[in-house]
Design a protein around this ligand. Sequence first.
Ligand code: ZN
Length: 503
Amino acid sequence: MSAMDAYNALKTHLKEHAHLVSFSSLAEWDQETRMPKGAGDTRADMLGLMARLTHKMFTDKKVGDWISECEDSDIVANTDTIEAANIRELRRSYDRQTKLPKEFVEEEAKISSKAQQVWVEARKKSDFTLFAPMLEKVLDLTRRKAEYYGYEGEAYNALMDDFEPGATVTEVASVFDALRPDLVDLVGRIADAPRRPDIKIIKQPYDVNRQRLFSEMVAATIGFDFNHGRLDEVEHPFCTGFGPGDTRICTRFYPNDLGEGLTGTTHEAGHALYAMGHDDEQFGMPCGDVNSLGLHESQSRMWENQVGRGRAFWTYFFPQAQRIFRDALGDVSLEQMYHAMNNVTPSYIRVEADEATYNLHIMLRFEIERAMLAGDIKVKDIPAEWNRRFKNYLGIEVDKDSNGCLQDVHWAMGAIGYFPTYCLGNLYSAQFYAAARKALPQMDEQFGRGDFSGLLGWLRENIHRHGARYRAGDLCKKVTGAELSHKHLIDYMKEKYSEIYGI
Ligand code: ZN
């Protein structure tokens, strides 16, 4: 078999693998949107079987042989080609999936399932001591996992690599360290600002059917293709897809809040636009997908925040919102609406946090999980350490563990190294957006007339079509001409909030 035959065999095999994975995603989408409650056990069996089959298909020895065959050939000679990138990323995934012993994977699944149940109970009672013994076990497992994977520097690098390939703890920490003091200062000044947006504009009765209509109109206008996608309603918003031509977004609408449903839609539509922009020809291969959660989140955050909370966006959509929600918005001005969409208030819960304070929630988690993995913070000391930092960063006292270190499920799941990708997403988003503005000086004026195709086209060309061809950090350098920096995010926030809050 020639190396090119091996490459083509890989492509065919992995396309079939991707179709099978799509069946699982379809079953999961159905589970969240349509499935009758009583079908849960059968669905779990179906998904378990499918996970086993797809894992077996991907870790098949012949896949490893095909990858090796390509690695010994001209296919990877020029590291800048799509083919070389596919082989590089396949090697990485194949090695990671085959490095963990079967018994370890089973033990991990069991402990994580148990830890999540204990966490639910501990959170309900707001009692960290109930969860602490399980967290010790999870930590022990994740340390062992890092050893199986192998790493340079800290064990945290090995774990973060599951979510953000190529990122190192040193690089992430240095960007976060640079951002933190400026952000703490900005959030503090906003808290003391005399001028505050009237958030009652957003939080008042809004007919849910009309909200759905408005959200669909917004999604379609920014470029979500309803001929190749759907919008449905769920408890927890998400985006999924079943291969080229079928991308689904799910959001939720509240009868007394316009913001949640709308920003949920622009966020998930941002993820969807990314997926819709992948190269169909590469479906099943790494360059037809993306493996960096930070990059994915950069796209959702950009449409949610930089675009969807921006003045130019509202210049176009506000008159339409006024026509649809006459009772709520009849007497509101565009300026009041824009301000209300950009309210900043420190709060306990990460998932409810605004655009500015959100990043402080993430930095705190990154620092604590890095220290606890290294053994620098003892598990029993986590609540005190959490609360101390929270007060320093956000200026408020944590009243109970369920509002503090027990609020997120990630640690119970063993997903240590996941949190930083949320903040990386915000940082990449700001840096990409600054580059897009430079390339498209007419962008705001285009948004003001409801034309978002300039930005979408720029993202398609520079980011979407590449999939996993470049690691996130390298793509950032390629697209913006510089390494990831805190500067763009803080500049963007300072500019926006100093005007809104008069600070
Ligand atoms: Zn997201």
